[in-house]
Design a protein around this ligand. Structure first.
Ligand SMILES: Nc1ncnc2c1ncn2[C@@H]1O[C@H](COP(=O)(O)OP(=O)(O)OP(=O)(O)O)[C@@H](O)[C@H]1O
Length: 364
């Protein structure tokens, strides 16, 4: 099932402020999409609008090309699982899973035998054979969430919405469940939208990641696209480790405030600016400055350095490639940060590195 969101707006019923602010997104049939972003970004709200659980004040939601804005949640045939979408404690696992089928109107309701057979099939699919007679409190957290998934899938939806379904599970179980969920998604030909705080989880599971902030989607694409071509400094900081180095652009050069960092050419306009760089893109240049870098630990080709400038400024710690033949303490060194991106006020003034033409560090 494809999902198309067209300029969706939802305002807070409390204060009229936008919660979802002009969001457009296309989710392809059979794809796995992750909605990520900081707390309060509007991820859950967007999911609830798709599910039909919350109203929206502007825009259109279409599923498989047909508008569903006026359809109630149960008419959309969507499966959803929320982190705290508790199972019915007084019902057995089998009754929990079969619940959605058993409350259907008489003319579309399957027989008891058909429901039992569907429940057994789902328990098998969830790798939970033999637990149908147990009660939720007799299951582990991971098992309970799989039962919640089985319940969501019982009516045969082709669209599955998951809101932090594994948020309460311990990291090991969480990782195991990930592989299994992706497999389930493929096998059942589902279209899945997952809300998660966990960047790693989104990267491992999803074909498309939509990063939200302040009710908007700031960038949507593959994990690689977001990491390699972040649309803004916020996206770069959200998608991996970043070091921010303050400085200024002057006459076509970025000049860091800190000494022993080589200035480099930029096309950005003059004024205050920051370089944002992945630590592994920082190059340590022995014999090219007056600073000292102390190798704290190594990991393969990479080393974690503490960098102290020639005027004694400390505090820059980064993991990067250990230069050939470098001693554990590299004296008289400088840094090349020309592989970074230059930002001003949360926007790029130079989103990609201009081919490095680093000039010697200025001693300021
Ligand atoms: N029913 C509501 N009434 C008023 N405000 C709401 C309502 N639902 C959500 N909000 C507000 O909308 C904003 C977005 O909330 P939402 O839960 O969608 O964000 P989120 O990105 O899912 O956050 P989290 O990751 O913490 O779950 C928040 O500021 C929240 O307080």
């Amino acid at each position: 099932m494809s999902v198309n969101l067209d300029h969706i707006i939802r305002v807070s019923p409390r204060n009229g402020q936008p919660i979802v602010d002009d969001v457009s997104l296309t989710v392809a049939d059979g794809s796995f999409t992750a909605l990520v972003g900081p707390s309060g970004a509007g991820k859950t709200s967007l999911l609830r609008i798709i599910a039909g659980l919350d109203p929206h004040q502007g825009g259109q939601v279409s599923i498989d090309g047909a508008r569903v804005d006026n359809l109630a949640a149960r008419e959309r045939n969507i499966g959803f699982v929320f982190q705290h979408y508790a199972l019915f404690a007084h019902m057995s696992v089998a009754d929990n899973i079969g619940f959605g089928l058993s409350i259907r109107p008489r003319r579309t309701r399957p027989t008891r035998a058909e429901i039992a057979s569907r429940v057994a099939e789902l328990l098998d699919l969830m790798q939970l054979p033999g637990v149908g007679g147990r009660y939720p409190h007799q299951l582990s957290g991971g098992q309970r969430q799989r039962v919640a998934l089985a319940r969501a899938l019982a009516t045969g939806p082709r669209l599955l919405l998951l809101d932090e379904p594994f948020g309460a599970l311990d990291p090991l179980v969480r990782r195991q469940i990930r592989g299994w969920l992706r497999d389930l998604h493929e096998r059942l030909g589902l279209t899945t939208i997952l809300v998660t705080h966990d960047r790693q989880e989104a990267t491992e599971l999803a074909d498309t990641i939509a990063l939200m902030r302040h009710g908007r989607i700031v960038q949507a694409g593959t994990a690689r696209q977001l990491e390699e071509s972040p649309a803004s400094p916020f996206v770069m900081e959200f998608t991996g480790d970043v070091i921010r180095i303050p400085g200024r652009v002057e006459h076509g050069l970025f000049i860091a405030d800190m000494p022993d960092i080589h200035a480099f050419a930029t096309t950005g306009a003059d004024g205050r600016a920051d370089v944002l760089i992945r630590p592994s893109d920082i190059r340590l240049l022995p014999e090219r400055g007056g600073a000292m870098a102390w190798l704290r630990q190594t990991r393969g080709m990479l080393g974690t350095y503490d960098f102290t400038t020639s005027v004694g400024i400390q505090g820059l710690r980064f993991e990067t490639v250990v230069p050939d033949g470098a001693a554990p303490i590299v004296v008289n060194c400088a840094l090349d940060i020309s592989a970074g991106r230059i930002a001003r006020d949360d926007a790029w003034i130079q989103p990609v590195a201009v081919t490095a033409t680093a000039v010697p560090a200025l001693r300021t």
